[in-house]
Design a protein around this ligand. Structure first.
Ligand code: PLP
Length: 396
């Protein structure tokens, strides 16, 4: 049986990481992998997570099955984090399940959409996170794209996006990034969210909002602005969240899928289908990451500590955005890279050619993916001069 298989290429980002690890140049810089790193290039465990782990260690008294929904307390805390005091919670129109990471949340959403409508189409932005297309297709959905990022102007192609969304059929799904768009860093303004929400309502498509970076852009509530506005406007939607980045719980695999229905009774029906979807994929989600998140969010002290640690990560990323643009200017670069400071979250396209990306790797040991997507957290005070000089040399 296995003899029928043909080898597939390795994931390009993981291949890049392997090359980076083998590189002996002490000045090497990794701008490839999408994980938060501190000034020392380390992805540390948050102090609030350490405290929550200690609490769980001292208080947890069973490892019995948790059920397909995951922990009810985690689900409640997550829905409050996503929606704040929004009416979808007070009117009981939202149901949340814990999932194995944001990827699991998206896959559960995809299987759920398939249960609603076999062979449904989902529209994703062009470009989008590399895993979206494969993940939705693996669940049997048809994937189509709408214009999003204009590589020439290094800004949103909002007219292109809106015009494409106006052609979407009723009962198609449309994936939107809540904030910190991966890979472009280019987010919708509040006014643009309003227009997209109105089109969603007019065309009756299903918004599926991927929120993998809540708190990494402008703040926890600010980053949820668009999806809360969408929930004011449409009757049904899905939110897929991840706790990988904002809690630094990458390997614990914890996220959530939230469905919003027309009414409490309508969403109960949908929820029964959601639970059946979960049951046949992984039966029940992992519990440890959820236990840490619920411990943090339900304790005033730990929650406050988390806000501060999250703000520290956000401020560092935003600071790095300003820093690299300043250093490029200092190094005599006249080309305009100010788009980097207008974008949000972990990524931006530097906006150089694939050949220049390769030259940065070959001649300067600077690693980023071929599209010139840079992971902004990989920039540090200790490497930014070398980075700016190298970019200046490559684009001159
Ligand atoms: C846009 C987007 N969605 C979802 C995910 C998945 O996150 P997780 O690691 O929690 O599965 C990522 C991870 O990089 C992402 O960038």
């Amino acid at each position: 049986m296995f003899g029928n298989l043909k080898a597939l290429p390795a994931d390009p980002i993981l291949g890049l990481l392997a090359k980076y690890r083998e590189d002996a140049n002490p000045q090497k810089i990794d701008l490839g992998v999408g994980v938060y790193k501190d000034e020392a290039g380390h992805t540390a465990i948050l102090d609030c997570v350490k405290a929550a782990e200690k609490f769980r260690h001292d208080n947890e008294d069973t490892k019995v099955y948790i059920g397909p929904t995951g922990s009810p307390l985690f689900n409640e805390e997550m829905s409050k984090l996503i929606f704040g005091d929004h009416q979808v919670l007070s009117t009981y129109r939202a149901r949340t399940v814990s999932t194995p990471g944001g990827t699991g949340a998206l896959r559960v959403a995809a299987e759920f959409i398939k249960s609603c409508k076999a062979g449904a189409t989902i529209w994703v932005s062009n470009p989008t996170w590399a895993n979206h297309t494969g993940l939705f297709e693996a669940a049997g959905l048809t994937v189509k794209t709408y214009p999003y990022y204009d590589y020439e102007t290094k800004a949103l192609d909002f007219d292109g996006m809106l015009n494409a969304l106006k052609e979407v059929s009723a009962d198609d799904a449309v994936l939107l990034h809540a904030c910190c768009h991966n890979p472009s860093g280019m987010d919708l303004s509040q006014e643009q969210w309003q227009q997209v929400a109105e089109v969603a309502k007019d065309k009756s498509f299903l918004p599926v909002i991927d929120m993998a970076y809540q708190g990494f852009g402008d703040g926890l509530d600010e980053d949820a602005y668009g999806l809360r506005l969408m929930a004011d406007t449409v009757e049904e939607m899905i939110v897929c969240s991840s706790c990988s980045k904002n809690f630094g719980l990458y390997r614990e695999r914890i996220g959530a899928t939230t469905i919003i229905g027309k009414s409490s009774s309508a969403v109960d029906v949908a929820y029964s289908v959601l639970l059946a979807v979960v049951r046949v994929i992984y039966s029940m989600p992992p519990a440890h990451g959820a236990a840490l998140v619920e411990t943090i969010l339900s304790s005033d002290e730990l929650r406050h500590q988390w806000f501060n640690e999250l703000a520290g990560m956000r401020d560092r990323i935003n600071g790095n955005r300003r820093l690299i643009v300043e250093k490029l200017i200092e190094n005599g670069v006249t080309r305009d890279f100010s788009h980097i400071t207008r974008q949000k979250g972990m990524f931006s396209f530097l906006g150089i050619t694939p050949e220049q990306v390769q030259q940065l790797q070959d001649d300067y040991s600077i690693y980023m993916v071929g599209s010139s997507r840079m992971s902004i957290a990989g920039i540090a005070n200790s490497n930014v001069d070398y980075l700016a000089k190298s970019i200046a040399a490559v684009i001159k």
